[in-house]
Design a protein around this ligand. Structure first.
Ligand code: FPP
Length: 239
């Protein structure tokens, strides 16, 4: 899945200041439409780019990567497009089972997974369990929404009988509780918004926006985002 294929030429490396990168993989539809093709064609190419970028991020020393693959709002899309994306998830998981022996990726799905059929959830659970010992953690957001995540965390805390909820309590009950907040969020496709992605986790995250459409996104573009990240001063509200 990741390490098996030919690595892209590596330009940058990262240190402890940049451990977690997250991507809003936007622009698949426009990429396909520019070629006179249906939107699903863009998602197929987007899935290939996702694998390539995952491989690249692992190779430059990142420890965590999170992607926004399907939001709680994406169900509003035409059924044909939703079906095509679901099929890509399923194919991706099937490929992972075949290739996972050789890679270094702990795959985890984040979001409200209760909406998915039992058969797909069982596969998601299995891939998570069987890759849990790998060191590069890849969170894949499916039926993910930042507001839903925070609401879910609060409801979990209510179930535990909490009367006063602290920030630490919420941090401990979000889907990414066991990994550090993203240092950098990259959004491809030219739009300048967060679209309900990692709302809680991104309080002090650096953002990087690019016009490149996701299927065209490459290791060179990751390098540019990483270089931009290192040129910034993170003050976390201090001076
Ligand atoms: C946003 O582009 C992309 C999505 C809503 C789907 C993302 C899915 C993939 C990259 C493929 C499957 C992923 C995995 C994990 C196998 P858009 O459709 O909103 O593009 P547009 O802004 O040009 O319309």
């Amino acid at each position: 899945m990741f390490l098996k294929r030919k690595k892209q030429k590596q330009k940058v490396t990262v240190d402890e200041r940049l451990q977690h990168i997250a991507f809003i993989m936007d622009g698949n539809g426009r990429w396909a439409q520019k070629r006179g093709m249906p939107r699903e064609f863009g998602h197929t190419h987007g899935a290939a780019t996702f694998k390539k970028i995952g491989r690249y991020c692992e190779s430059i020393g990142l420890k965590y990567m999170t992607v926004y693959a399907f939001s709680t709002e994406n169900w509003k899309r035409p059924q044909k497009e939703v079906d095509a994306i679901m099929k890509l998830f399923d194919e991706y998981i099937e490929q992972c089972f075949i290739e996972m022996v050789d890679d270094n990726v702990h795959i985890r799905f984040i979001g409200d997974l209760t909406i998915f059929p039992d058969s797909l959830r069982a596969k998601m659970d299995r891939i998570e369990r069987e890759t849990a010992h790998k060191s590069f953690l890849l969170n894949i957001g499916v039926n993910y929404g930042g507001r839903e995540e925070i609401t879910h965390a609060c409801n979990e805390l209510i179930k535990l009988g909490k009367k006063n909820i602290t920030e630490e309590d919420i941090s401990a009950h979000i889907y990414t509780a066991d990994c550090p907040d993203p240092d950098l969020i990259v959004r491809t496709g030219g739009d300048l918004r967060t679209s309900n992605f990692l709302l809680w986790q991104s309080a002090y995250t650096e953002y990087y926006f690019t016009d490149v459409l996701w299927p065209d996104y490459s290791g060179k573009d990751v390098d540019e985002a990483v270089e931009a990240f290192y040129s910034r001063k993170r003050r976390y509200g201090g001076v």
